[in-house]
Design a protein around this ligand. Structure first.
Ligand SMILES: *Cc1c(COP(=O)(O)O)cnc(C)c1O
Length: 395
């Protein structure tokens, strides 16, 4: 941890920490890996692509050999669209489990793709539960696939993905997971949670820079998906087939981003893989939440549902608290926080992921305390309505 700390603090040249769920604060080594040009067709870069795919598959644990990893250019949303458009047959029907912006975006994507779907919309943050999924699937035999969000980044809730998987397969349907903000820090071992495909991207828990996503899918599903996609560039099967045949991406890959990502993957392994990464983020969250609670702030979620990825706090009731001012003053102290996404009460979010450790999180809390003082806010307690909202969530 001490050597990482040095890389964390010295060469940032006054850049603020990004307490956001990606792009996030990356290490100096990751940035440095981009100071070289690569030929996309050259053997060196093909070897980098192969190593990256292998390292990502290794995170699935036992049974990983039944899966393959297909990187895809673009931001995470491009990979979600590629996954949905490739694995759901044109006459398929999807149940989308939504409790925030990313669940709703999957629904919107299916609408654009012209794929039949229903959305279970749980609102801002309530989790979709296994029994609800079971009921909907029992009532609608036409549904072929369920789409779930692992960590819904808009609230920071960790959705009950095991329960959802069990309900899906008990009904003989297939699960597709958006694990964008969780993969690499939260386990998604194929021997423990059944699914056909999942998607994540370079700039979240692996701590790379933005530029591509990747789809990890069961090989039998990849084979069966030939011809499903109505998109040329977002066809996961075509990208997979080409990559396996030539070692190359079909269209220009983000070479520098891949080089940076490989560096990030090596650091991920050195930190102890998914377990080590998850442990640091959990510690980040625990230290930060405890400190913020001491100041009177309250979290949206009860601890049971709170992911170690990002935390939603209610804005204090005190009218002297104006989020825009709080944001600017935190930024001046070196911390970029994130606006909230709740529709009912005002909130903001603080991310726990990226090249940061508990020392940084203590500085975040100290900065929040000083900012409250400067604003003249004595007590960060939220309005009563906020606590009524939270009471809707099971303990
Ligand atoms: C970040 C994220 C995405 C993708 O967002 P992009 O802005 O396209 O990278 C999708 N789903 C979840 C849950 C996310 O956190």
């Amino acid at each position: 941890m001490t050597s990482r700390n040095n890389t964390l603090e010295s060469p940032r040249l006054g850049e603020p920490y990004l307490l956001t769920p990606g792009p996030l604060t990356t290490s100096y080594a990751v940035k440095q890996a981009m100071l070289r040009d690569w030929g996309s067709w050259d053997g060196d870069f093909r070897a980098m692509t192969a190593e990256m795919r292998r390292r990502l598959l290794d995170m699935l644990g036992q049974g990983a050999d039944e899966f393959d990893c297909v990187p895809m250019q673009g931001s995470g949303t491009f990979s979600v669209e590629a996954m949905l458009g490739t694995f759901v047959p044109r006459n398929g029907k999807v149940l989308v489990l939504a409790n925030g912006a990313y669940g709703l975006r999957s629904g919107q994507t299916l609408a654009c793709l012209g794929i039949e779907h229903v959305v279970l919309d749980k609102g801002d943050y309530l989790p979709p539960r296994g029994d609800e999924v079971a009921q909907i699937l029992a009532d609608d035999p036409a549904i072929t696939h369920v789409v779930a969000i692992h960590c819904e980044t808009s609230s920071g809730i960790l959705n009950p993905i095991e329960e959802i998987s069990q309900a899906t397969y008990a009904a003989g349907r297939k699960l597709l997971i958006d694990s964008m903000s969780a993969f690499g820090a939260l386990p998604l071992e194929v021997a423990k949670i059944r699914y056909e495909a999942m998607v994540s991207s370079a700039n979240k828990c692996i701590e790379g820079v933005p530029g591509f996503g990747f789809i990890i899918a069961r090989k039998t599903e990849l084979e069966a998906a030939k011809g499903n996609s109505t998109s040329l560039s977002l066809d996961v099967h075509a990208q997979w087939a080409t990559m396996n045949k030539t070692g190359q991406w079909r269209f220009t890959p983000p070479t520098h981003v891949v080089a940076a990502f490989l560096e990030a993957l090596r650091a991920h392994e050195a930190e102890g893989g998914v377990e080590g990464r998850g442990a640091r983020y959990t510690r980040n969250r625990d230290v930060m939440v405890a400190g913020m609670r001491e100041l009177g702030f309250e979290t949206l979620l009860k601890d049971r549902w709170q992911s170690p990825i990002i935390v939603t706090f209610f804005c204090p009731a005190d009218p002297k608290f104006v989020f825009e001012d709080f944001y600017e003053m935190m930024k001046a102290k070196g911390f970029i926080i994130y606006p909230g996404k709740l529709t009912v009460v005002e909130s903001f979010r603080i991310g726990c992921i990226g090249q940061m450790d508990e020392h940084v999180m203590r500085q975040v809390v100290a900065a929040a305390k000083n900012t409250l003082d400067e604003l003249g806010v004595r007590d960060a307690t939220p309005p009563a309505q906020a606590l009524i909202e939270r009471a809707k969530l099971a303990a």
